[in-house]
Design a protein around this ligand. Structure first.
Ligand code: NI
Length: 206
C-alpha cells in the first residue's frame, strides 16, 4: 500500500457578500486558508472583509466585475472586466492578483487568451458542490464528499447576488465538510499552493 497525500483547495466564488465574514469565521476556527474569487462591483461594500481575508492568509482571485458570460463579450469587454476588477482589488488592498476564474466556469480560447495576456492564471475546479442547487435534498458536504479525488479543487460560493441564493446551507455544511476532509487525511491548500504541487486544473474534468 502506498500512502497518498491528499490535498483539498476550498474556493469560494461570487463574493464578497454578507455571508463572507461567517465563512472566514469558520475557516479561522479550523486554521484553514482558502481562495476567494471576488467580483469587482461588490468589493467597495466590504472593504474590511477583504482586508481580513488577506490578513488571515487567504488568497484573492478575480471573478470579473459583474459576472457576465465572458464568451459573449468582445475582447475589449473581457479585458475591461478583468482590468477593472484587478484595479479595484489593488485600490482596496494594495495587492496584485494573479488568478482568474471565469463566471459559470465558461470560457473559450479568446477568453483564456485575454486572461493570459492580462497576466492571470485561469482556474477551474474538479469538484463542483453545486451549492446553488437549493432544492437538492442532498446536503452540500455530501455532494462534495461523493466527488472527492486525491487532489480536490472544490467549487463553493460565498456570494448570494448572482443566482446562488441564500448561503446558509453552505455555512451549515462547511464545518462538517472540513471535519470530514480532516478525517480523510486531506491537507488544505490555497490555489497557488495547489498549483505549486503541480496539479493545475485549466479545464473542466468530468
Ligand atoms: Ni460565479
Amino acid at each position: 500500500m502506498t500512502e497518498t497525500v491528499r490535498y483539498a483547495a476550498l474556493t469560494f466564488d461570487d463574493g464578497p457578500s454578507p455571508y463572507t465574514s461567517n465563512i472566514l469565521d469558520i475557516l479561522k476556527q479550523y486554521g484553514i486558508r482558502a481562495t476567494f474569487f471576488v467580483l469587482g462591483q461588490e468589493l467597495h461594500k466590504y472593504p474590511k472583509t477583504i482586508e481580513r481575508m488577506l490578513q488571515e492568509g487567504h488568497v484573492i482571485g478575480n471573478h470579473t466585475w459583474d459576472h457576465p458570460d465572458a464568451t459573449k463579450l468582445s475582447r475589449f469587454e473581457i479585458q475591461h472586466q478583468i482590468a477593472s476588477t484587478n484595479e479595484q482589488i489593488k485600490n482596496l488592498t494594495g495587492s496584485e492578483v494573479n488568478l482568474f476564474r471565469p463566471p459559470f466556469g465558461i470560457c473559450n480560447d479568446e477568453v483564456v487568451s485575454v486572461v493570459h495576456a492580462s497576466g492571470l492564471i485561469n482556474v477551474l475546479w474538479n469538484v463542483d458542490s453545486r451549492d446553488w442547487e437549493l432544492t437538492d435534498p442532498v446536503p452540500i458536504h455530501v455532494r462534495v464528499l461523493n466527488q472527492l479525488r486525491p487532489q480536490s479543487l472544490i467549487l463553493l460560493h460565498d456570494g448570494d447576488a448572482f443566482g446562488c441564493g441564500p448561503r446558509e446551507p453552505v455555512l451549515e455544511s462547511l464545518p462538517i465538510l472540513i471535519e470530514s476532509l480532516c478525517l480523510l487525511d486531506y491537507r488544505f491548500v490555497t490555489v497557488p499552493e495547489f498549483h505549486q504541487l503541480a496539479f493545475p486544473i485549466e479545464h473542466h474534468i468530468g
